[in-house]
Design a protein around this ligand. Structure first.
Ligand code: NAD
Length: 276
């Protein structure tokens, strides 16, 4: 059975629209983008479109070439600008920039992506903070299908700061037994075969095949890879589909949820700033 992220994202959009109606001010999201990454342009346009559908003001500040100190100065001025509800920096950044330093300059209460050390630390400590969008979307999707996490063996493949690591902590906080694998893991299949829920975020197309999974597993495929003009995931969908109980399609699984969670986080930022 498909875990339909696209349909859920439409439902969440309507819920968010209603919640935004209770706010008298117009919220504003500022996206800082640097360089000319083609995929980033696509993602920014999706965010721009969704923000406009929800009546959230959207401003992209784009640099072709910029020094780290200029970006930091810009973020500080946005932190101090009371008309700005939320700030995010589109990743990946060009290699010459220090990503951690830049993300940590964002005021944690304006941190739409939840990727500053303060918000990631709160997640580790199971305290109330802004939760990164993709992990948050994955939990929403599992909840929607009444898939409980308590006591489940969840295996995550991929340990990035934006997906794997925050997801590990989020699922641990929800009482799952979580294992995280990565590019240096030996005998990946030994781990993935034990998973009740397998979540894959590697950027390696069709990495996971039927020999890596047990019967009845639930698979969440986070990967977005371009292959022969098509988008494919990190899981070989056709190969595994007979063996799984649930699986996300790519596209139409996790991707649409990531974008709607970003807008949810803009509202969260507003609430935190206003102690709501
Ligand atoms: P990343 O490159 O930062 O991290 C990839 C991780 O995968 C690393 O931890 C690495 O150790 C692991 N890995 C790589 N090859 C592996 C292998 N052969 N076996 C086991 N582990 C391996 O990537 P990321 O930013 O986390 O993104 C991962 C994928 O998810 C990409 O395809 C990206 O486009 C996609 N993504 C999708 C969404 C969404 O909303 N659907 C959001 C973020 C990322």
């Amino acid at each position: 059975m498909l875990l339909d992220g696209k349909t859920l994202s439409l439902k969440l959009k309507e819920e968010l629209r209603e919640n935004l109606n209770f706010i008298n001010e117009k919220l504003k999201l500022v996206v800082i983008s640097i360089g000319d990454d083609e995929a980033s342009k696509v993602y920014i346009n999706k965010k721009r479109l969704l923000a406009s559908e929800l009546g959230i003001e959207f401003l992209e500040i784009h640099y072709d070439n910029v020094t780290e100190s200029d970006i930091i100065e810009k973020i500080i001025s946005l932190n101090n600008d009371s008309s700005v509800t939320s700030i995010m920096v589109q990743l990946p950044l060009p290699k010459y920039l220090n990503e951690k330093r830049i993300l940590n300059t964002i005021n944690p209460f304006k941190d739409a992506d939840g990727l500053s050390a303060m918000n990631l630390g709160k997640l580790v400590m199971n305290e109330d903070g802004i939760i990164p969008c993709t992990p948050k979307g994955i939990v929403k999707l599992l909840n929607e299908y009444n898939i409980s996490l308590k006591g489940k063996n969840v295996v995550i493949v991929g340990r990035s700061n934006i997906v794997g690591k925050p997801l590990f902590n989020l699922l641990l906080n929800l009482d799952a037994t979580v294992t995280i694998c990565h590019s240096k893991t030996k005998n990946l299949g030994n781990y993935t075969k034990k998973a009740d829920i397998l979540i894959v975020a590697t950027g390696v197309s069709k990495l996971i095949k039927k020999e890596h999974i047990k019967d009845g597993v639930i698979i969440v495929d986070v990967g977005i890879n371009r292959e022969d003009g098509k988008i494919v995931g990190d899981v070989d969908f056709n190969d595994v589909s007979d063996k799984v109980s649930y699986i996300t399609p790519v596209p139409g699984g996790v991707g649409p949820l990531t974008v709607i969670m970003l807008m949810t986080n803009v509202l969260e930022c507003y609430k935190k700033q206003n102690k709501m």
